[in-house]
Design a protein around this ligand. Structure first.
Ligand SMILES: [Zn+2]
Length: 423
């Protein structure tokens, strides 16, 4: 059995490419562990109460849950569309306030936290290991929270925030308010995975302060917490972090106008999970072309998926999940398969096809997999129809009809996407 806790999204706007990268990377880890014979207990949380959510709710004058629920569904849809396996459990922060209160009480009792004017803070100085995960010396810790009243030390962070006018509140022994962001993961990891678990994952941007704070809270409360930490690199655009805003050109549903779900998944999977990725349309299209090359071969031969993986592929996956190297093994096998086809050797081509499908299955990229999500199949069919219609009209030399058809199909796709993805 292997247990994984992955920090999930803050559901404030629909997912962008950087957020979905983390899910694809960890989905591949999930699949690889399963393939390696582990039963996997996979917990991915949903942050449904946080400053940005409250900010949007106050500025739009609607309840917080009228933002989080539809946005949660857009994330869920994006995960499914990109072929991510569902987690074993997907707890929401607001459903675990009693667990968080219990943890705060333990930290208060153990002298690692203090109450001040209705707020509760974690006392960084009380935990000598603070800074070890993000490799910062205690005296040089970066300050990330505004210095609210009553904090003893600017490095201390909020476990519980006192109620402010207009904000959602929950009752707690030290006063009404809401939990600090970091607290939820410590409480939910303990509830679902126990006091010690195998892998804690998330984006590298979460190492500090989020994961440093989770680690401090959990260890200070007596939990061993994660045995290993795995962090994926960021996706940047023009050298900058991708921001969360409602009309994001790098939103997953917008990018799916350009490429099919499996092509987008291939793009995200093809870089090593730890490497930063600089987003460009050209790179996405290049990835789509590479994926189609493999897809064409598999569709042409159509042999059943094998279960044996080439040793080089397995070595690459065991070597810190080296997907780029694993994919190069798959591409080389496709090239051998094409060569076999060209020389009329159908039997060898079928052997290669079985091997390619076994490899692509592990990566969640098999074009013929039985477990491909319905959403993905529909999307693929729609794009294929669009291509056929365009080619047909073009061969007939009827430019105008081609344009009308293309517009109609695009509109149909657009409508379906909007109803499906945009809250
Ligand atoms: Zn977390």
């Amino acid at each position: 059995m292997a247990s994984i806790y992955l920090c999930g999204p803050t559901v404030v706007v629909p997912p962008h490419i950087g957020q979905i990268r983390s899910q694809v990377n960890f989905d591949i880890l999930h699949r690889w562990l399963r393939h390696s014979g582990y039963r996997v207990l996979f917990c991915r949380n949903v942050t449904d109460i946080e400053d940005k959510i409250i900010g949007r709710s106050l500025s739009e004058g609607i309840q917080w849950w009228r933002i989080t629920d539809p946005v949660y569904r857009s994330f869920d849809r994006a995960y499914t569309t990109l072929g991510c396996l569902p987690p074993s459990v997907e707890p929401r922060a607001t459903g675990h306030i009693p667990e968080m209160i219990e943890l705060v009480e333990q930290l208060l009792a153990a002298g690692h936290a203090y109450e001040s004017e209705g707020n509760v803070y974690f006392e960084v100085d009380s935990f000598p290991d603070y800074g070890s995960l993000s490799r910062q010396r205690p005296e040089k810790i970066r300050i990330t929270e505004e210095n609210e009243h009553g904090k003893r030390d600017p490095r201390d962070f909020a476990l519980w925030k006192r109620a402010k006018p207009g904000e959602p509140i929950w009752h707690a022994p030290w006063g009404d308010g809401r939990p600090g962001w970091h607290l939820e993961c410590s409480a939910m990891a303990r509830k679902y995975l126990g006091r010690e678990f195998d892998i804690h994952g998330g984006g590298a941007n979460l190492i500090f302060p989020h994961h440093e704070n989770e680690l401090a809270q959990s260890r200070a409360a007596g939990d061993s917490f994660a045995r290993f930490w795995v962090h994926n690199g960021p996706v940047t655009h023009r050298g900058e972090k991708i921001r969360k805003h409602a009309l994001n050109p790098l939103a997953v549903h917008t990018l799916l106008d350009r490429v099919r779900p499996m092509e987008l998944r291939y793009y995200l999977a093809a870089a090593h999970y730890r490497s930063p990725m600089e987003f460009s349309v050209a790179a996405v299209e290049e990835a789509a072309t590479a994926y189609r090359r493999m897809e064409r071969f598999v569709l042409r031969v159509g042999a059943a998926a094998g279960s044996d993986l080439p040793a080089q592929f397995s070595d690459a996956m065991d070597g810190d999940l080296n997907v780029p190297r694993a994919l190069s093994v798959a591409h080389a096998t496709v090239a051998e398969g094409h060569a076999a086809l060209n020389s009329g050797d159908q039997e060898s081509a079928a052997v290669k096809c079985r091997s390619v499908r076994a490899m692509l299955n592990v990566l969640g990229l098999d074009p013929l997999a039985d477990d491909r999500p319905r959403e993905t199949r529909l999307h693929d069919v729609a794009r294929a129809v669009l291509r056929v219609a365009r080619n047909l009209a073009a061969t007939e030399g009827d430019h105008e009809r081609s344009m009308i058809m293309e517009r109609q199909i695009d509109r149909a796709l657009q409508n379906r996407r909007e109803s499906a993805l945009i809250p």
